[in-house]
Structures are given as structure tokens and as C-alpha cells.
Design a protein around this ligand. Sequence first.
Ligand code: ZN
Length: 472
Amino acid sequence: MKLTFWGAAQTVTGSMHEIAYEGRRYLLDCGQYQGRREESKERNSQLPFPAPSIAAVMLSHAHIDHSGNLPTLVKNGYNGPIYTTPASADLCVPMLTDSAHLQEMDAIFVNKRRSRKRLIDPAADGDQVEPLYTTEDAEKTFPLFRQVPMHTPTEVGPGLTYSTVDAGHMLGSTSIVLEARNGGKPLRIGFSGDIGRPGLPIIRDPEPMPAVDYLIMESTYGDRLHQDLGSVKDKFADIVSRTAARGGKIIVPSFAVGRTQQIVLVLHQLTKEGRIPSIPVFVDSPLAVNVTEVFRKHKELFDDETAQFLTDGEDPFGFSRLRYIRDVNESKALNDLRGPFMVISASGMCEAGRILHHLRNNIENPRNTVLITGFQAENTLGRKIVNKQREVPIFGEPMRLRAEVAKLNELSGHADQHELLNWMKPLAGKGLKRVFLVHGEPQQQKALARAIQETYGLEVTIPARGDSFVLD
Ligand SMILES: [Zn+2]
């Protein structure tokens, strides 16, 4: 068996690994690489193998950096099965549709700009660009999903079995075990996917993986230790109460998938417990609305706390003061509404989407609060806000940041260093030969590699893109 790393190698996005076994090629994930525009375009559109040469794809979870290049694979001629959980398959429908729409909009934007440039300078590059993939490509992808519930071993090729455990990272997220049975002793490869944290709202805790010979493991927060989850509700209640007391609005930039649903659930709990004033809450994001429908459908994956809402005959993602907004006019109407109220909107790093309008209308008023709930990458507007820059650019215009800026970092969907070491502990003593670290920046990866070597004495490799290894 040969393992080749094609993405999320010494970086966090574009997860894609190839397994070659008995003359067939299989993919673990087919994620979108997210970086600088030109580099991303090149990486995502140029597959390092002919798409029809892949026999089957196994998808760990629905996040775009794991699933977001599946339509490119299909556009290039792939029409084999994509094995994943029912929840991941359902989540991929709104997520890949949204992603395709973004690609189409992006191509229109670039083409307009190029046409304008050519009017001024006929020698300028006027070639029209194509979207990475279209809505049609995404729609051709959906029928290829083969829904396999967790813990259900399934043959994906001659002598190769796929099975999963709950990775506790997002709804439907899995860690994958591949077992090769042809020839002598069975060979097992584990792929962690993204590993969550114990105690996250809605979903269950990460499950241990059965014994494997080789492990491909994520390392996003390989050198970090998170804060305790226990304080999330207290902090959240304080932020809502003090902003409401001054008649302000709470603007929450949030990832539409996962984070928004967690925030809604915690708000619901705080409301039930009478710990926050009863102010209107709006979820203003069509993608978040669609994704919340998928969450409602997959009750079988809820943790005990969330399942309790159902036992009590309640909708965990709905309460009387909460409204979901799809319509753009309704979204605009929020501009004229007086506080206090809360609006949760995407994108999570404030780079695009409706959140920009809400920030523009509210960021200069010291009565308001901007509540940051997730990681903010370098050079994003969200990072500038979280760093409390006095002036931030919104739609190209400088605006004074006078609203309060508050943070809730504890909801991170990724395990920290201790949690990663704990997660792999059951594997360490059971014949694990080697660990490959993926899905992390080099600094995080080196720190985690050292910690694994010191704690368990295992051989750890940090593969680069294109590196291959023979496993036996
Ligand atoms: Zn993820």
C-alpha cells in the first residue's frame, strides 16, 4: 500500500490524501485549498492525478477545506462513490451549493475588472476566467454520495474496508479506519479527520479509534492549550446582559455551519434559565438557515444535553425571541431597528456577506458590542477588529471602531495539544508504527511531533505535499 499527501500538508486547508492499493487509487477527503487567490486557483483546479483514475472517495466531514473540491473532481470526470455519513452528505448540499455560487460570483467580479482594464489599456490581459466550478458541477456531485452511518464497516474496493467513529468536531464528522485484508496480516490505516473537544455543544464527544498500524492525524492546535469550556455560558450571559443594559446591539460574526448553531443553542439555554434579558435574536444568513435544517434532521447525533430539548418537546434551535432571516429586505430592515437586540451573521471572519452591513451600521457606536466567536486569520477584517484597531476598513472606507469588542474563544471545534495526546493514547500502546501529522502550520506540527515523541516514544513524520510512503 502506498500513501501520498496532496493537501493539508504543512498547512491547514485542502485536505486530500491518496491511498494506492491493489492497483486502485482511493482518496481521503477532497478539500478546497484556501490561500492567496492565484495560488488557490492553481492548486484547486489542477488535480495531481486524472480524476477518473480514482476508484472511491471517503469524506471525513463536510467542512469546505475537506469537501470543497469534490465538484472539481466531478467536473474532471470522476463519477465513482463518495462514502460519508448521512449528516455529512446532507450538509454538503447547502455547503457545496453555496461554495459554487461564491466561485461563480468571484469569476464575474474578475471578468468585469479585466474588461474595464482592457477598455483603458487594450494590451492588458482581457482573457475571461472560468469559475473553479459551477452550481451544475456541485449538483452532479450530490448523487455520488453513499451514506454510511458511523460504526458500519463497508467494503469500498477489493479487500479494502472503510469504517468510522465520531470525531466530535461538527455534525456528522468522523475519524476513518481503512482495513486492507488482501494477502497476509490485515493492515489498518487511521485518518483522524478533524478532532473535536469533549463538551462542545450539540455534538457528542470524540470517540477513540480502534487500533491501527499507521495514523494520519490533524495538528491544527498542536502547540496550544484551550480555555475550559465551563465558562462559556457565564461569559456569554455577561456580554448579553451588559450590552442590553445600555440599549446596544450585539453583532456576532459567525461561521454559518456549526458555530451559529452552537451559539443559538447556548442562547436558548440561557433564556430558559432566565440568565439573560429577553431580547430579540436574529440569525441573518441564508446558508446558516439551510444548515440549521440539516441539524434538525439529524437528531440521532445530538449529545444528551441537546437531546433533552427534544424530550421536553422543544426545538433546540428555536425559541420565541429567535428569528431566522433568509430574505435580503428583512436583513436590511434590521438597520432601522432600535436595540437592544442580537444579530448573528456570516462570514465568520468578516470577509464577505451580510455581516459587513451590520458592522458598518453599528461599529462606531460605543453602546454596541461586536462578539468574536472563532479564529480570525491574519489580514482579515475580523482579525483587525479582535486586535481593536482604532480604525478598520469596511467596503473600502475607514471606520472608527468604538463598539465594545468581546471574545468567546472556547467554542473552537479543534482539540488542543493535551486533547490530541489524550485522543491518541489508546492507540499508542497497541502496535502503532508511525504517525503522520497533517492539517497544521509547521510551528504547530513541530510542537505536537515533539510532544508525541516525548509522551509515547512514537515515530512522527510531517509530510510535505507530494510525499509518498510505502506502508506494510
Ligand atoms: Zn473541520
